[in-house]
Design a protein around this ligand. Structure first.
Ligand code: ATP
Ligand code: MG
Length: 403
């Protein structure tokens, strides 16, 4: 009873850190003595070994000391990734008083968001238009969107080129021309307008007809809901103030969800620049099930991947969670200052996480970490930060155990 009260007092005074859970063990080099020879006499020698030494106290992440404000959480299904995300969101709101936006792929944060006084946005009610210029020229917007759609929808080179010509036509139909700067203020086209231009081009002959038909088939699912076919209605000012959940299950495909997230982040950043809000951390973004929606291709990173690689520059901290790190942008895993690894069974994945956490070339150290990852219990994880000397075994405190 007294201990619980003391812990509570400590937490109230420790306002810099974002509380995660309780420290249970720490990776440490022990110098135990072992018998190394029996003959002619017993000889005892100290041998250095890596071990998980008992550790006590609270574990909190101090984002002001970390190399960047990005967090990656990996682990097998059901071991506590979303539980940790919810803990981090609550603590970021309460200790750092920063806004948090959740990209909710399975719409599983709806009740949680409402419980903490946040706002839930559904694609039925909000829309986002990726073709709005937001301060760049039509040519720049077309080439940026074509590259994004090519990467996410896995379009071929010819399809991407056809998309660019149709998008140019869609702008022209709205009276917007690259070399007439005054025309850039006109109402921009939306996804439906670009799609209609593609449909018009399908009347041609031969291989170009096939390319347009293929393109229209790839873009068609984006028209299922109106989310991409109307003016942007997302209230960025409010998003930069509180807790917001973008419940995206209704969007259906991972591609549509990825396009929503990337367009949102890009627009948010231009809004922050226009409001001169880009220094310091202004917002945390949570992407649960990130392996579904952070879609990179070869050297080309997803936008969340690019933001994570750029460190603190954008003023947005990105928290990603995924079942398998190897299915996610390597840039996200490699550049997140804070990593949490939950239980993992898949051998390659286990090996990868062990190497990431152990670092260096010490095989024994890696083996000790690897075997711990295979023995973690539900809600236990290995935490590695850019400021801590060694990895820690932390037990995450689920929110429901508090009530
Ligand atoms: N409110 C609650 N009360 C009791 N148990 C809960 C509650 N919410 C979640 N759990 C349990 O916590 C466990 C971990 O759930 P969590 O959603 O954090 O896993 P996860 O790692 O995110 O899995 P996935 O990859 O499938 O999303 C589950 O077994 C779930 O049943
Ligand atoms: Mg989950």
């Amino acid at each position: 009873m007294f201990e619980a009260f003391w812990n509570f007092l400590n937490r109230v005074s420790d306002s810099d850190g974002v509380y995660v859970g309780e420290r249970r063990r720490e990776l440490a080099l022990s110098n135990k003595s072992y018998v190394t020879e029996y003959h002619p006499c017993v000889r005892v020698k100290p041998v250095a070994r890596w071990e998980w030494r008992r550790s006590k106290g609270e574990f909190a992440v101090d984002f002001s000391s970390e190399a960047n404000p990005h967090v990656n959480i990996s682990g097998m299904s059901g071991f506590g990734k979303s539980t940790l995300c919810k803990r981090l969101i609550k603590e970021i709101r309460e200790s750092l008083h920063l806004p948090v936006s959740i990209f909710d792929v399975h719409s599983e944060y709806v009740d949680f968001t409402r419980q903490f006084g946040g706002e839930v946005h559904s694609p039925k009610e909000s829309s986002i238009n990726m073709w709005e210029l937001d301060g760049v020229s039509p040519a720049e917007r077309i080439s940026e969107n074509a590259a994004m759609l090519k990467r996410i929808l896995k379009l071929g080179d010819i399809q991407a080129y056809s998309l660019m010509t149709c998008a140019e036509r869609a702008y022209e139909k709205r009276g917007i021309r690259q070399n007439e700067k005054d025309s850039w203020a006109e109402e921009p086209p939306a996804m439906r307008d670009v799609y209609d231009c593609i449909a018009e081009s399908m009347g041609g002959k031969g291989s170009s007809r096939q390319s347009y038909a293929g393109l229209s088939k790839r873009l068609y699912p984006l028209l299922m809901s109106n989310v991409f076919s109307a003016k942007t209605t997302l209230p960025f000012r409010r998003i930069l103030e509180g807790l917001n959940d973008f419940s995206m299950a209704e969007l259906g495909s991972s591609e549509a969800q990825a396009l929503f997230i990337e367009t949102f982040l890009r627009k948010l950043y231009s809004y922050m620049l226009s409001q001169k809000l880009a220094d310091g951390i202004r917002l945390f973004v949570v992407i649960d099930e990130a392996h579904r929606v952070c879609i990179s291709e070869g050297e080309e990173l997803s936008l969340p991947g690019r933001l994570v690689s750029e460190g603190r520059k954008y003023g947005v901290g990105i928290i990603t969670s995924n079942q398998m790190a190897k299915n996610l942008d390597r840039a996200i895993i490699a550049n997140s200052a804070v990593t949490f690894a939950f239980y993992q069974r898949e051998p390659q994945e286990c090996e990868y996480m062990a190497s990431l956490i152990a670092g260096g070339t010490d095989n024994e150290r890696r083996e000790v970490v690897r075997s711990k990852i295979r023995n973690l219990r539900q809600f236990e994880c290995i935490a590695l930060t850019s400021v801590a000397r060694e990895p820690l075994l932390v037990e995450v405190m689920p929110l429901w155990r508090e009530t």
